[in-house]
Write a protein that binds this ligand. Structure first.
Ligand code: ZN
Length: 311
């Protein structure tokens, strides 16, 4: 169950400061906020830093909407690992009488879900998911594989929380590498150092650690243990508000999971294709910067402002 997790005292206070400073705009639902101009300036500035750092590899830039055919999360097994985080889109498909009943219930803020039917869409839970079938559709991959910059698409995770760093909907800036296992591993190691440097260059005390995903249930605990044991997930952690540092970027090495689901193959025989992705949580990085340097951008240290091109 995705129950509301209240923030601790420090997180609650930080959220209040962000709302008071109009950096975030309350929607009435925890983890869903509008953003003020300064917040967006910082988010875009860091997004630009990622583009700059990625440019040396000349990735192909693809963009996808924040909704995904539900078939996608069915075929990759998302509902087995994260049934508690998925957001599904439902729409009205009834007659006029039912529309009137629905409206009546909605006006009284009662439950009107009985009039809603599941559509073929869900909310995108990870920005890299649409990339794999798109690449698979092109046929076999030439030596060296492909690198895709999937941009900074909105992703949804149903985990309402009072911690401003745990949003339900946020921008995940993803870069995806598909190729021979060695190529993918080298890419990941290079980006691990590059990402830490990138975050440190804007004054964040970023550190790197082995991690696991928040898999669901009892089987999930086994999955999490095996993911850690094989070091398939790394995170870059930065202290925001709260007792523990927060992950602001993560690397996932999926081995042949996506390539076997979508039949992605290397052109050379006997060579398997693997995938890995790197995701920057742009809102978390923005929050980390605001937490570290203060809520007034004009008062930020000059080298940080210069690095981010904030003038
Ligand atoms: Zn990913």
């Amino acid at each position: 169950m995705a129950e509301f997790r209240p923030g601790d005292a420090e997180q609650t206070a930080f959220l209040e400061q962000l709302l008071d400073a109009r950096l975030l705009i309350d929607s009435g639902v925890p983890g869903v906020y509008g953003r003020g101009e300064d917040f967006e300036r910082v988010r875009w500035a860091f997004d630009g830093k990622v583009s700059e750092a990625a440019a040396v590899d000349e990735p192909e830039r693809l963009a996808f909407p924040p909704v995904l055919p539900k078939r996608r999360i069915e075929e990759i097994g998302y509902l087995k690992s994260f049934p508690h985080l998925a957001g599904t889109i439902f729409c009205f498909e009834g007659d006029e009488e039912q529309a009137t009943e629905q409206e009546g219930k909605a006006e009284r803020h009662e439950d009107w879900s009985e009039y809603q039917s599941q559509t073929e869409l869900c909310l995108t839970p990870a920005a890299c998911y649409p990339v794999y079938p798109a690449i698979a559709a092109r046929g076999k991959l030439a030596a060296g594989g492909v690198m895709v910059d999937a941009g900074g698409s909105y992703v949804f995770r149903h985990e309402p929380s009072g911690d401003p760093a745990r949003l339900q909907i946020f921008h995940q800036r993803e870069i995806v590498r598909i190729g021979e296992p060695d190529t993918v591993a080298e890419w990941r190691d290079a980006w691990r150092d590059r990402s830490v440097e990138l975050l440190r260059s804007v004054g964040l005390d970023a550190n790197f650690d082995v991690a696991n995903d928040p898999f669901f249930g009892r089987t999930g605990r086994l999955l999490a243990r095996s993911q850690r044991a094989q070091a398939l997930k790394f995170e870059i952690l930065v202290q925001i508000a709260g007792p523990e540092p927060t992950a602001v970027a993560s690397f996932n090495y999926h081995q042949d999971h996506f390539t076997s689901v979508y039949g992605i193959e290397m052109d050379a025989e006997e060579t398997t294709a693997h995938t890995a992705c790197l995701g920057f949580g742009l809102e978390r990085i923005t929050l980390a910067l605001l937490h570290e340097h203060g809520l007034e951008l004009d008062a930020w240290p000059a080298p940080v402002r210069t690095e981010l091109g904030l003038g």
